[in-house]
Design a protein. Structure first.
Length: 364
């Protein structure tokens, strides 16, 4: 199962990305701004981590006896667990959190605090998803379980006609799957694909690291609330699942409406392993922004309501996306490319649901 990279070779070369990049460069020079984050990212880091850790401290204190408040604390952890991933860790792993590479690496490792594995995220997200967005068998974000069909190029089965109903429940299992099974499965798959560099011992080192971090994670999340906080095992496990479901649902509701949408195309590479379009145009065509005027939502989800800008410039911190969006939109329109935007978060979710329903329809 070796990995064969695809190539982007447009039938008609375009100056779209060259022109856009020059304009983006000029924006930063003219406004004397850095591409990476600033004090706003440091404040957000403190806030998100504090909001995630504070409920945990109450949980293990043993002082919370009201079951509704107890569960509410786990729900809050789920909300800010997603916030950490979306608005802190995501920038760091792209190298856009800070100009300091050590800071990026350190904050990127925060994913381990929420049950993930940095190595897998870098490969699945940075390498595969950002390079081959919406390309079947290459973009792992659309290669879900068989009961979910995210692309018209995937095999259709009977149960898919109901996926617009049951997908929402499955979305909540995203991070629980990462924490328990997927990180191990993905690491093995990426080794077979030849995507884990660093020498012949790198896979073993990464596997040991994942095992150690998982043991620490489950010790803090399951063992401590039982033996330090005094809760029953069943209570802790059920609330842990609630926390994971909340986080997984939020993350999925941010990721999926960005690409599995009615506006998107799903390119297929030929036997020659070539996609006959420009990489930047491919990103614009297969990505959708949503709720561009919702500043609170944008703050919480790390600017990922501006997914077009993120896919074109993942090495630029999300705090700049709103300003850059005007440049990207104008340039896309100039080069006769679509600039896909859903006006609200609700309309984006509705459009995604309609896409799921369309992908599940029986052949006529």
């Amino acid at each position: 199962m070796s990995f064969t990279p695809l190539s982007y070779k447009p039938e008609q070369p375009s100056d779209f990305f060259k022109t856009l990049k020059n304009r983006i460069d000029s924006y930063f020079v003219d406004n004397k701004k850095d591409r990476q984050g600033d004090f706003r990212m440091y404040f957000k880091t403190f806030f998100m981590l504090a909001a995630y850790i504070s409920p945990y401290c109450f949980i293990i204190s043993g002082s919370i006896t009201n079951p509704f408040i107890y569960t509410g604390l786990w729900v809050l952890m789920g909300v800010f667990m997603a916030g950490i991933g979306l608005s802190i860790m995501h920038d760091a792993i792209h190298g856009s959190y800070s100009k300091n590479s050590f800071a990026n690496k350190l904050i990127g490792e925060v994913i381990n605090l929420v049950g993930g594995a940095a190595i897998n995220w870098k490969i699945q997200h940075n390498v595969l998803h950002h390079t081959y967005t919406n390309v079947e068998e290459y973009d792992m974000d659309i290669n879900g379980p068989a009961i979910l069909r995210f692309s018209p190029n995937q095999k259709k089965i009977g149960i898919h006609k109901y996926q617009h109903i049951y997908a929402w429940f499955l979305y909540g299992l995203l991070t629980l799957n990462w924490a328990t099974y997927k990180d191990f499965n993905s690491l093995i798959r990426y080794k077979k694909m030849g995507l884990i560099g660093g020498g012949k011992y790198q896979f073993t080192l990464e596997l040991i690291k994942i095992i150690i971090m998982k043991l620490l994670y489950f010790t803090f999340m399951i063992v401590f609330p039982i033996y330090v906080g005094g809760a029953t095992g069943l209570t802790v496990v059920l609330n842990f699942v609630v926390m994971q479901w909340i986080a997984g649902f939020i993350l999925s509701c941010v990721f999926q409406p960005a690409h599995v949408m009615e506006e998107c195309e799903f390119a297929v590479a030929g036997d020659d392993k070539i996609i006959h379009e420009d990489w930047a145009a491919h990103q614009v065509i297969n990505t959708v922004n949503f709720a561009p005027k919702n500043k609170l939502l944008g703050w919480y989800i790390g600017g990922l309501n501006f997914q077009v800008e993120h896919h074109l410039f993942p090495n630029i911190c999300h705090i700049h996306y709103r300003a850059l969006s005007q440049i990207v939109k104008a340039t896309a329109e100039e080069f006769k490319l679509p600039y896909n935007v859903q006006p609200t978060f609700g309309s984006a979710l509705w459009s995604h649901m309609k896409m799921l329903k369309e992908l599940g329809k029986a052949e006529e």
